[in-house]
Design a protein around this ligand. Structure first.
Ligand code: AHM
Ligand code: MG
Length: 337
């Protein structure tokens, strides 16, 4: 059977009545090409000299791994010159990266977490790249793009996706018309459509949370997990399984494949912080994908895609996955007031 490539899929999306804009199509292709390069570097590991940490810290105060920085550079370089973007923003950069004057500028904004799941790099466990595309607000001609232009609700994303570098390298994408998955054909170097119309089952028996934080959780989270742990003889009347990869990309990928709930909720470790994960380039793109696959995503109570960001690197609690389970967690939060 002849399968579609990413290019063919995107061209088809463009040809539809309310089709994808040509700029978005091309910029997704560029991001996908950059992910191929990142996947190649990941695959080389110690042979490519890409493992280990640098002396530097990113804006979040996290020690940067060599691959964090390399992946960021690959994405910047690939996307700078294409003419589709007004600016970019990344987990690894304090503020936005405007397109240099030597290149033409486009209408879109690209945000990314270049290498998600950094703690898994050196131990050869799946990691990924997450990206989100927004339309730049229209400016008076010539006005520079500012950070404020990026602070749009996730519901305004034009496209979002992730690449997962695992046993297979895959690209999962939404342009607002469902979710599709492409597998990298390493011999041909092309992304091939292997997963059409990905749907998350509404119910599940599998949860993902870092249990070592249990003592810091809010009561509604504790209640939900306690009930899962109680199993078939408890109020839920069924046994639950647990998984925690510590790469959001890989955990979300599992949920898209066989259902489940992923939680990185607010906890009391750092009371001033609303969560660990970042809203604009982790939670928003993943929430867009999960909703497009029939799942749900909340910060505990509120729909993540409705949150108006106040800052580029804003953090947020994340509960996403199978719709009925996410709704249950939100209900427990509402009951707790
Ligand atoms: P990163 O973007 O710096 O890699 O951090 C985000 C990652 C997520 O992929 C994952 O869900 C989480 O951090 C794991 O955190 P922990 O080590 O606290 O379990
Ligand atoms: Mg991350």
């Amino acid at each position: 059977m002849k399968r579609k490539t990413l290019t063919q899929y995107l061209v088809e999306q463009q040809r539809q009545a309310d089709g994808l804009g040509a700029e978005v199509r091309l910029l997704i292709e560029v991001v996908a090409r950059a992910c191929k390069s990142i996947g190649h570097a990941v695959g080389k590991g110690a042979l490519g000299g890409v493992l280990g940490s640098l002396d530097s810290e990113n804006v979040q105060g996290e020690v940067q791994k060599k691959l964090d920085v390399l992946s960021n550079e690959i994405l910047l370089e690939a996307n700078e010159w294409g003419g589709h973007l007004a600016a970019m923003a990344s987990e690894e950069m304090e503020t936005i990266h405007a397109i240099p004057n030597r290149y033409p500028k486009g209408e879109y904004l690209l945000l990314f977490d270049p290498l998600d799941g950094s703690s898994n790099i050196d131990v050869n466990v799946s990691i990924g790249t997450i990206f989100s595309v927004l339309k730049a607000p229209t400016h008076v001609a010539g006005a520079p793009v500012t950070e404020a232009d990026f602070l749009q609700e996730g519901s305004r994303q034009v496209a979002a996706g992730y690449a997962v570098y695992g046993p297979q390298t895959m690209l999962v994408l939404t342009v607002g018309k469902g979710v599709v998955g492409f597998t990298l054909d390493r011999e041909m170097g092309s992304w091939v459509l292997t997963h059409e119309n990905i749907r998350i089952p509404e119910d599940t028996r599998e949860f993902a949370i870092n249990m070592s934080n249990m003592r810091h959780w809010a009561p509604p989270v504790r209640r939900y997990i306690d009930e899962c742990l109680a199993g078939a003889t408890g109020t839920r009347g069924k046994d639950f399984n647990m998984r925690w990869i510590a790469s959001m990309v890989a955990d979300v990928h599992r949920i898209l494949t066989r259902g489940g709930i992923f939680m990185y909720p607010w906890d009391a470790r750092e009371p001033g912080k609303p969560g660990k994960l970042r809203l604009m380039y982790e939670a928003n793109p993943m929430s867009f994908i999960v909703e497009q696959a029939g799942g749900a995503a909340v910060d505990g109570v509120n729909r993540i895609l409705d949150i108006k960001p106040g800052q580029l690197h804003q953090r947020v609690g994340v509960v996403l996955g199978s719709r009925n389970e996410v709704e249950r967690v939100a209900q427990y939060h509402r009951e707790a007031g």
